[in-house]
Design a protein around this ligand. Structure first.
Ligand SMILES: Nc1ncnc2c1ncn2[C@@H]1O[C@H](COP(=O)(O)OP(=O)(O)OP(=O)(O)O)[C@@H](O)[C@H]1O
Ligand SMILES: [Mg+2]
Length: 224
């Protein structure tokens, strides 16, 4: 699915003064791209940008187009919310697993909420795909950081979303575990023909994307 952002602005009020984080930011990722990366300094607005692009935070100004649908073309917030839940997802740096549910149940819950067919089968399949067949009944605290990250990835991939945003997905992992996880994630999005938009400080990781951007002074620059 292609993704277009046009003239996006986002500020936060800091006391009296607005802190402008995104300033007339525009970019386009064509359909057929599997992995795009965004690098930028700490505080440059990467997480803010992912929140805006994934529809969980509204920009102050600007337009987003997902595939052929402009965000402004949805007739209500509820209609966009339905679209968002079925098409856009974020893999957060802090996983956000539910502590009282086991690994499999964490993957299953959103599938059940959205009344997806074959929810249990799908959840099992994705636990296997991320290499956690032997960890399905573990509670989050019984899993290592890398395993928790894999559950978070399985949970997002199981939803069969068109665009997946990942905020520093390897930020908490050692180099080898992180590298393996990224190899797997890239393979999964390629096999399923999805778009993964990856935010990272890691230049080597960013350089492996098909399309590369840098967030500077509130705007995205295309990197060669
Ligand atoms: N809800 C908020 N209210 C006020 N200011 C905010 C809010 N969210 C973010 N900011 C500010 O906006 C700027 C960008 O924050 P953001 O989290 O997007 O940066 P980042 O590039 O993701 O940084 P990091 O690499 O450290 O995760 C920061 O200066 C931050 O303090
Ligand atoms: Mg961030």
């Amino acid at each position: 699915m292609r993704l277009i952002a046009k003239d996006i602005n986002k500020s936060f009020m800091q006391g009296e003064n607005p802190l402008e984080v995104l300033k007339n930011l525009s970019f386009e990722i064509e359909g057929g791209t599997n992995v795009a990366s965004i690098i930028g300094k700490s505080g440059s607005g990467k997480s803010t940008l992912l929140s805006v692009l994934s529809g969980i935070m509204s920009p102050d100004k600007g337009e987003l187009v997902f595939g052929d649908r402009a965000k402004s073309s949805f007739s209500s917030d509820q209609e966009f919310e339905n679209f968002r839940k079925n098409n856009l997802g974020i893999i957060f740096q802090q996983f956000h697993l539910i502590e009282s549910l086991n690994a499999l149940e964490n993957v299953l819950l959103p599938l059940k909420i959205l009344k997806k067919d074959d929810a249990l089968k799908t959840a099992n399949k994705w636990m296997d795909q991320v290499g956690l067949s032997e960890r399905k009944k573990h509670l989050p605290y019984q899993l290592s950081g890398g395993e928790q990250q894999r559950v978070a990835i399985a949970r997002t991939m199981a939803m069969n979303l068109n665009i997946i945003f990942a905020d520093e997905p390897t930020g908490n992992l050692d180099e080898e575990t992180g590298g393996q996880l990224i190899d797997d994630l890239f393979k999964l999005v390629k096999n399923e023909n999805k778009l993964l938009i990856l935010v990272t400080h890691d230049k080597d990781l960013a350089s492996r994307a098909n399309k590369r951007f840098s967030l500077e002074q509130g705007q995205l620059k295309v990197l060669q």
